[in-house]
Unconditional design. Structure first.
Length: 111
């Protein structure tokens, strides 16, 4: 297992920008119209949160809990509770991402 090395928010944001740029380029090369898909892409900070979420699930060995929460038989409440706990932890550890986290939680509740 690799040792977790903390990275600054600016480094994470740059990585997110690079990833979003690659997604945009790939989809444009595939013939998609950017006017149609760009509004649906996450913001840079949301992309950072998505990355941190995946890292947290792996680091805290939450894969099994995630599978149970995302199972169709689990119900909406269990799914929401799992996502809330992971995303809230990210917001507490990275206050500068709080707005993106709460926006993502709002989208979860509206879905």
């Amino acid at each position: 297992m690799t040792e977790h090395v903390p990275r600054s928010i600016e480094v994470l944001r740059q990585q997110a920008r690079d990833e979003l740029s690659a997604i945009i380029e790939h989809r444009c090369r595939a013939g998609e119209d950017p006017w149609h898909f760009i509004p649906d892409l996450p913001s840079v900070d949301e992309q950072v949160v998505i990355s941190l979420r995946a890292t947290a699930i792996e680091a805290f060995d939450l894969g099994e809990q995630q599978s149970r929460a995302h199972h169709p038989a689990a119900g909406r409440e269990i799914f929401t509770r799992f996502e809330y706990s992971v995303l809230r932890r990210i917001a507490l550890e990275h206050p500068e991402l709080s707005e993106a986290v709460w926006g993502m939680l709002d989208k979860l509740e509206r879905a």
